[in-house]
Structures are given as structure tokens and as C-alpha cells.
Design a protein around this ligand. Structure first.
Ligand code: DX5
Ligand code: ZN
Length: 220
């Protein structure tokens, strides 16, 4: 069966009403929580850190998908495990020894993800694809929610899918940035398994219905 996992990004939530927004996701058809951690160095923005993630995971009742936009992520692998992360994604561009980092994430019992910036070629993952549980293709430049989707992403999904199939890997493809009801189905048809949606969900007048609609239009 084709995956159509929907992962709302908490970055677009109302931080003054975080528990309310987490319960909204708990009560929706969303599959995962997507958590964006930014350090102000790897990306030109700072989001939130450990105490906030701790507060989120106390209430969240779905898979916790953590996207680290930080330099030298190896420093915090154990910390993110202890905070309740199920999937830990690091950036290709932030890891000198990516293979080692992936093994360290898995040794902590988490699924290991690798995110690629829009300019990074998917072919660079050929030699580690069997060690990666999920590739997160950035469809915007990381750092901010609410940006517009980069169309070149479709080509990258197809190229990545070909690498995954040829290597007999079971790697999931996640798309992060600018996802709406206008591109969701086409992304799944191209080979994506997981769609992150931040502002499209949280700025909607009815987020629960918006998530239900994303689930419905992506069911192949
Ligand atoms: C961007 C983050 C995304 C962001 C997506 O750096 O990695 O997860 O929250 O937000 P939207 O869906 O608004 O583009
Ligand atoms: Zn993200």
C-alpha cells in the first residue's frame, strides 16, 4: 500500500496555545508531529529548543518526527532520544561523517533521517541509502515556514525513488515546505510517502478539516 503520511509542523502552531494545538493534532487524522529545531547558525532563524520539545512530547500521542536544522547534530542525539523523538533527521550539509551519525541515531533506537537542501543532489546519498530510514527533501530553503514550494522537487523525488528502488531500500521520502492541497496529490504520485505541512494547516480556519482533506486527496 502506498504511504500518505501527513505530518503537521508545530513551527506554525500558536505557541501561546501549544497544548490546544497539540490536542488538535492528536484528535485529527494527522499521522505524525513534525518538530523543527533551528539553531540560528545552520539556518538564519532560531525556533525552539529542548524545554519546548519536552512540553510537546508530554501531550503528543503520535510519532515524533524531529527535523534538526543545526550544525554538528551528533552532540545532541542522546538528548533528543531522551526527549521522546521517534525519528531524528539531520542535514546532509551539516554532517562531516554522515554514516557515523546515522549509526549513532539508530544505536539510540530511533529511525534515522537525512534532509537535503534544495541545491543538494540526491545522488550524493547513493552510498548510504540502505542506512537511511527517511530522506527529507526540502522543498523550500530551511529556516522559515510559509515559503513557496520549489517546483524542482518533483524531479528530485523521481531521482531519489529510482535510487531507493535500485538499492532495494525501504527508505521513506518526506517533503518539507510549501505543501498545500494544490501539490499534495502530485507529490504522493511522484513517489513521496510523508508530507509536512505547517502554515497550510495552522493558518486554516478549520485545521482538523484541512488535515482530513490532505489525507483524502493523497489516498491513491
Ligand atoms: C522549514 C521547516 C518546515 C516548515 C514548513 O525550515 O523545516 O518544516 O515548518 O512550513 P510550511 O509548511 O509553512 O512551508
Ligand atoms: Zn521541517
Amino acid at each position: 500500500m502506498k504511504h500518505n503520511i501527513i505530518a503537521p509542523s508545530v513551527l506554525a502552531a500558536d505557541f501561546a496555545n501549544l497544548q490546544r494545538d497539540i490536542e488538535m493534532i492528536n484528535n485529527s487524522e494527522a499521522d505524525w508531529f513534525h518538530i523543527d529545531i533551528m539553531d540560528g547558525v545552520f539556518v538564519p532563524n532560531i525556533s525552539f529548543g529542548m524545554p519546548v520539545l519536552d512540553a510537546i512530547t508530554k501531550h503528543a500521542r503520535k510519532t515524533i518526527d524531529v527535523h534538526l536544522m543545526i550544525v554538528d547534530p551528533d552532540r545532541y542525539i542522546k538528548t533528543f532520544k531522551d526527549l521522546g523523538s521517534d525519528i531524528l533527521t539531520v542535514h546532509y550539509e551539516a554532517c562531516t561523517h554522515l554514516h557515523r551519525t546515522l549509526q549513532a541515531i539508530k544505536a539510540e533506537g530511533m529511525k534515522a533521517g537525512v534532509a537535503l537542501n534544495p541545491h543538494t543532489n540526491v545522488a550524493l546519498l547513493e552510498d548510504v541509502i540502505n542506512d537511511i530510514d527517511m530522506v527529507c527533501l526540502m522543498s523550500v530553503n530551511p529556516g522559515f515556514g510559509g515559503q513557496s514550494f520549489i517546483e524542482n522537487t518533483y524531479k528530485k523525488i523521481k531521482q531519489l525513488k529510482e535510487i531507493i528502488t535500485r538499492n532495494n531500500a525501504s527508505t521513506l521520502i518526506e517533503i518539507d515546505g510549501g505543501v498545500t492541497n494544490q501539490n499534495a496529490r502530485q507529490l504522493i504520485e511522484a513517489g513521496a510517502d510523508v508530507l509536512v505541512a505547517g502554515s497550510y494547516v495552522f493558518k486554516a480556519s478549520d485545521p482538523i478539516a484541512t488535515i482530513a482533506d490532505l489525507k483524502k486527496i493523497t489516498a491513491l
